[in-house]
Design a protein around this ligand. Structure first.
Ligand SMILES: O=C(O)CCC(=O)c1ccccc1C(=O)O
Ligand SMILES: [Mg+2]
Length: 341
């Protein structure tokens, strides 16, 4: 087994031979979608997922392919822990729906609440966070704005939301400098809130700039957008900041890569955002990788990421979508062949 993903890129024909394209219904709208499409790859070491969001360009999407190839052609590094604690993820739903959303995750120690949704007001965020705090008075509560606020909006919102006692705020504003500014302004006001960088790490040409700019207290890392488990491990090590591993709303196949990453980190001080299997109404693996009493198992991930053929058939994407994904696979394979990540 090679340890460097740069050493061996399988031929396109090998990828195509083991490719399944699925479309899975979700229980709630998330990132504006109610169905999740994914191309799953079967290789000599198991299964991998290639599911960049539909709007992503090929350069960005090709890192997700590197991650899927790593899982299926190399497998995962040895886990350092048996289970990975996870948060429930509450999309930008009305406060009245919070209890139903939380119920799908079962008991959890941590909850992430989406805020700053376009078309909503700060009052909606406050009501949603209050409903979560009310349902789970002891939980670690984090919010994720997906860069939806301006710096002044973030300072106001986090001052108000800070009253519910936040573990941290994920990507309140765009960019690395914006994060550093929000972090310093809250600190200067005497209302510090820990800041987590997500998009600023995921999309940055230089993922390590976040740490150097003192823009965040921790980083959110995702296996697929960072080009795989091993590359993400190196980025965390070089950043020298605590890391939270999150999903990209993956199927159980992609979630297994996230669990492998979380299980291989030398230190894991926070629950991870890998409970999103509970937001899928159906999955491709039986049983799916969903939280059990607030955590996911980190052993036997190869088996846990093996789709059930009947589910692959039942949730096979329509023919035109399969064609679209295979074409994207071909283009991203060409990007990897030309550059490698
Ligand atoms: O971290 C979680 O709880 C769930 C994962 C999540 O929020 C997410 C899922 C897909 C795309 C982006 C994000 C994000 O963290 O911004
Ligand atoms: Mg995020």
């Amino acid at each position: 087994m090679t340890t460097d993903p740069a050493t061996a890129l399988p031929d396109l024909s090998e990828l195509e031979a083991g490719a399944a394209v699925v479309r899975l219904p979700m229980t709630v709208k998330f990132r504006g979608v109610t169905e999740r499409e994914a191309l799953l790859l079967r290789g000599p070491e198991g299964w991998g997922e290639f599911s960049p969001f539909l709007e992503y360009g090929d350069a960005e999407a090709s890192r997700w392919l590197a991650s899927g190839i790593e899982a299926a052609w190399q497998g995962f590094p040895e886990p350092l822990r048996a289970r990975v604690p996870v948060n429930a993820t509450v999309p930008a739903v009305p406060a009245g729906q919070v209890r139903d959303v939380l119920a799908a995750f079962g008991p959890v120690q941590a909850v992430k609440v989406k805020v700053a949704e376009r078309g909503q007001a700060l009052a909606d965020d406050i009501a949603r966070v209050a409903a979560v705090r009310d349902a789970l008075p002891e939980a670690d509560l984090r919010v994720d704005a997906n860069a939806g606020w301006t710096v002044p909006e973030a300072v106001e919102a986090l001052t108000r939301l800070g009253e519910f006692s936040l573990e941290y705020a994920e990507q309140p504003v765009p960019g690395i400098n914006g994060l550093a500014e929000v972090r310093a302004l809250l600190e200067a006001r005497g209302t510090p809130v820990k800041i987590a960088a997500d998009e600023a790490v995921r999309k940055a040409e230089d993922p390590l700039r976040v740490a150097r700019a003192r823009a965040a207290d921790l980083i959110v890392v995702k296996a697929a957008p960072l080009g795989g488990v091993r590359r993400a491990l190196r980025i965390v090590q070089e950043a020298g900041l605590p890391a939270v591993v999150s999903s990209a709303l993956d199927t159980s196949v992609g979630l297994a890569a996230g669990v492998a990453l979380a299980a291989a980190l030398p230190s894991l001080p926070h629950a991870c955002g890998l409970g999103t299997g509970a937001l899928l109404a159906h999955d491709v693996v039986r049983p799916p990788l969903v939280p059990e009493r607030g955590s996911l198992p980190a052993d036997s991930l190869g088996e846990r990421a093996t789709p059930d053929p009947e589910l692959l058939e039942r949730f096979a994407a329509p023919e035109d979508r399969r064609g679209w994904w295979l074409e994207r696979l071909r283009r991203c394979h060409a990007v990897l062949a030309a550059t490698r990540v």
